[in-house]
Design a binder for this molecule. Structure first.
Ligand code: NAD
Length: 317
């Protein structure tokens, strides 16, 4: 089967149907694709259908593509059946190097060599994942953010064995599929968005471990503070507005010396049982009786409103 033009894809295989694979399925269904899912875990089909059904009202609010519908989702007990006729494979199996490598190897062995395999990995380089593929040239990382049906960003990057056409095709595909793809210039551990998230996560863990701030204080400091600005401009352009008409140059001159202050600790803190307990207990207090599913609904309703605000229709800036 020849690879279709990125704008003509109709059928997508989702391999691994947990939080992220299920989220991808919801997004692709919203955009009118046929989705063929495979996940060997007992109960995986029901969990996938529940995830998609919960997401659907929010996707309806944002708007469905012509012909989009839940009946375009099929679940398969064999990988080969899910790959049948697929024009893109979105791999979202667990973040463990060896099993992931084996999954990608198996997909590669069954799939037409023309078809792109995109991995949702949040940290492995494609160079590490594609080592046993017969056709490594079509393998790319396409790293989403949770939930993939609402957060537009996808970080796209190839590995040492990837051909440039695969990255170009994936970039055009994700743009046509209503995402906001970002092509990374090189394989960077943790990519870009995740790396920035991780830096803040490490500092938050240090503050909780040292008793410097509670879980609630950390969450409030971002949700009611810089998080609101970051949704529009990102951290650098935000600082361009932090020093009057002089912009970022004046900001750097003014606050540059603060960079030398020992404010942050970017090494990972030990994840002790005590730190784990503090985080679990803090989230329990913040949730105040709300289940994860209820918090997800609150998050999704908020994100739909935010997307409508920053993007007009939630389809990509
Ligand atoms: N959770 C996040 O916030 C997030 C964000 C971005 C990227 N990712 C990445 O997405 C991938 C999936 O993460 P997740 O959070 O959805 O994990 P998850 O545990 O929710 O889902 C993984 C699914 O893969 C299935 N699976 C296991 N072996 C498989 C196989 N051989 N073939 C097919 N399916 C198989 C499991 O049964 C499970 O349902 C990981 O690479 C992760 O790093 C996660």
């Amino acid at each position: 089967m020849a690879r279709p033009a990125p704008q003509r894809v109709e059928r997508i295989a989702v391999v691994g149907a947990g939080v992220i694979g299920g989220g991808w399925a919801a997004h692709y269904l919203r955009r009118g694709y046929r989705v063929q899912a495979f996940d060997p875990a007992p109960g995986a089909e029901q969990r996938l259908r529940t995830l998609v059904e919960r997401a659907w009202p929010f996707l309806e609010q944002l708007g469905l593509a012509a012909g989009a519908g839940l009946e375009r989702l099929s679940f398969h007990s064999e990988l080969g059946a899910a790959l049948e006729g697929a024009e893109l494979v979105q791999e979202s199996t667990p973040e463990q190097l060896e099993p992931k490598r084996a999954s990608i190897e198996e997909i590669d062995s069954l799939l037409d060599p023309d078809i792109v395999i995109a991995s949702s990995t949040s940290g492995f380089g494609m160079s590490e994942l594609q080592t046993r593929c017969r056709h490594p040239e079509r393998c790319v990382v396409a790293h989403p953010f949770n939930p993939p049906y609402l957060i537009p960003l996808v970080e796209v990057v190839g590995g040492r064995g990837t051909e440039p056409w695969a990255v170009e095709w994936a970039m055009a595909f994700y743009a046509a599929a209503g995402k906001r793809p970002l092509a990374l210039s090189r394989e960077l551990p943790g990519f870009v968005g995740n790396r920035l998230q991780e830096a803040m996560w490490r500092e938050a863990l240090h503050m909780v471990a040292a008793g410097e701030a509670s879980v609630e204080e950390i969450d409030a400091s971002i949700a009611y503070g810089p998080g609101l600005r970051w949704a529009l401009m990102g951290p650098i352009l935000t600082f361009h507005l932090a020093s009057g008409d002089g912009g970022i140059a004046s900001m750097l001159d003014h606050f540059g010396p603060a960079l030398l202050e020992p404010w942050t600790r970017l090494d990972a803190p030990p994840l002790t049982a005590e730190l784990r307990d503090r985080l679990v207990e803090g989230c329990r207090r913040e949730a105040a009786g709300r289940s994860v599913a209820e918090l997800e609904r609150e998050r999704d309703a908020f994100l739909v409103g935010l997307l409508s605000l920053v993007e007009g229709d939630g389809n990509g800036r």
